[in-house]
Write a protein that binds this ligand. Structure first.
Ligand code: SF4
Length: 476
């Protein structure tokens, strides 16, 4: 996939990563339930994973999912607050949904997720068509809240929890390709990055029972899945202890347990925090062929003073040390990606150059790149002045994007002339005669179909590349 260059955001990611900023709509589950739920999910993979939990809870309450909003008795928007644009998208969507509500006045409308948590009850006042507002830790309460709405009330539950992990809920897979699935391993975040709303919308960090995660992976394998991505805001700080205190599991140990479920199950994870990723994790990745050699390690900036203002709790040297450890333990071929913010509060031109030089050093395979925009309620909004003019932010972002295009192409050129093991995810976007899958480093590989099909592992000789895609032919 070639990148779409947008000054607000660059998209040279794999489809899975692109999904992180897309909208997903529920599919049909026609099991004869009395009512229908239509759910649209915005934002990150964590939200998509939560929508699968919500669908499971609502299924028990007598709701099938539908992909047709006109058929819905209940409409949920599972929202994102990471940027103002994400919230505006939801508000615009509510305007459109009003059209359906007018045609079917009994249709219930609910806002879930981070926007619900951030705006709470005020959402009911601001958006009159909304009937219920439910935060990410309150989904078990949905049956009660729906009853309240059925009884003619408006309903709100935005209580955050220190324990909730939904460990016992078996998610209903939505929008699944039947090959890859996400497993949520923890919730919330205890870091307080100064630009981020997540600690306020998703609450304190808590880790899910390790054995419920392994069971979920086993079930996925039994159902034919070939790849799982372990999800958390900061997976490296995963720490679960049994109730009797006799066993504790850290992230490296969890990774090993999931890798051992089946050698045919690929294991990925996201997101790693540079302050927490350990050599133990890297050695575990090296030990198992089925743990993909790819790490999303958001730097955000290449300058230590800016990193301190961002409250990232590491500096440039620490970050580069972690990158050196990845290269030393997992080799030069390990894929690394990043998030970068251009024009954070008080960032000077020299500090921006530090970000570019860090990108030169690391040679990221791809990045998510933004210019800074202030989010209400964050530490930065309260304590720092958003003083970089918009045109400067945009110019710096353009330079970061250009640097990333350069390094993505460099990294992809290294892959040409080599054989890659590719897990097929489906047809390529352009032709049903070609298949699309991903290699170990999470890069999209396109090749002629021959007799291969979705879910196959295929060795592909790569003969060409673009900034975002590898092209090759199957060799067995
Ligand atoms: S690690 Fe920082 S950026 Fe990531 S979710 Fe937590 S606070 Fe937000």
């Amino acid at each position: 996939m070639d990148p779409i260059v947008d000054l607000d955001f660059i998209d040279n990611r794999t489809p899975e990563q692109a999904a992180a900023c897309e909208t997903k709509v529920s599919e049909e589950t026609n099991t004869g339930k009395a009512r229908k739920l239509y759910i649209e999910s915005y934002g990150c993979q964590m939200n998509f994973s939560d929508s699968e939990i919500v669908s499971s809870i609502m299924f028990e309450q007598g709701f099938d999912t539908t992909s047709n909003i006109e058929q819905a008795d209940l409409v949920f928007l599972n929202t994102c607050s990471i940027r103002e644009k994400a919230e505006q998208t939801v508000r615009n969507r509510l305007g459109q949904i009003n059209y359906y509500k007018k045609k079917k006045p009994e249709m219930m409308i609910g806002i879930l997720g981070c926007m619900a948590e951030r705006l709470k009850k005020s959402l009911l006042e601001e958006e009159k068509i909304v009937d219920l507002v439910v935060g990410p830790d309150a989904y078990r309460d949905l049956p009660n809240l729906i009853n309240e709405v059925d009884g003619g009330q408006k309903a709100v539950n935005v209580l955050l929890s220190r324990e909730e992990t939904y460990a016992d809920i078996n998610p209903i897979r939505l929008n699944s390709n039947g090959v890859s699935a996400f497993i949520s391993i923890m919730r919330g975040c205890d870091n307080m990055c100064s630009f981020c709303v997540v600690p306020f919308t998703r609450g304190r960090e808590r880790s899910r029972d390790a054995y419920s995660i392994v069971r979920e992976a086993q079930q996925l394998v039994e159902n034919g899945y070939k790849e799982v991505t372990l999800l958390g805001q900061n997976v490296d700080s995963y720490k679960w202890a049994s109730e009797d205190g006799t066993e504790s599991v850290n992230f490296a140990q969890l990774l090993e347990k999931v890798a051992l479920v089946s050698p045919d199950l690929r294991v990925r994870f996201s997101t790693s925090h540079p302050k927490d990723i350990t050599d133990e994790v890297l050695h575990t990745m090296k030990k198992y062929d089925n743990i993909c050699k790819y790490i999303h390690l958001p730097a955000q900036s290449g300058n230590s003073r800016v990193l301190e203002l961002m409250n990232r709790t590491y500096d440039r040297e620490w970050y580069l040390n972690r990158v050196d450890a990845i290269r030393a333990i997992l080799g030069e071929d390990c894929g690394i990606s990043s998030d970068m913010i251009a024009g954070f509060c008080t960032e000077t031109e020299e500090e921006h150059q530090d970000t570019l030089s860090l990108m030169d050093y690391v040679q990221y395979d791809y990045s998510y790149m933004f210019f800074y925009s202030e989010r209400p309620g964050t530490l930065a909004a309260r304590k720092l002045e958003d003083d970089i003019p918009l045109e400067v932010k945009k110019r710096r972002l353009a330079e970061i994007i250009e640097k990333q295009r350069e390094t993505s192409l460099n990294r992809n050129k290294r892959d040409v002339g080599k054989v890659h093991r590719v897990l097929v995810e489906g047809f390529s976007k352009k032709s049903d005669e070609q298949l699309s899958g991903r290699n170990d480093q999470n890069k999209v590989v396109i090749f002629d179909k021959k007799h291969y099909k979705k879910g196959d592992y295929v060795n592909v000789f790569v003969h060409d590349c673009s900034v975002g895609t590898l092209f090759g032919e199957a060799v067995g």
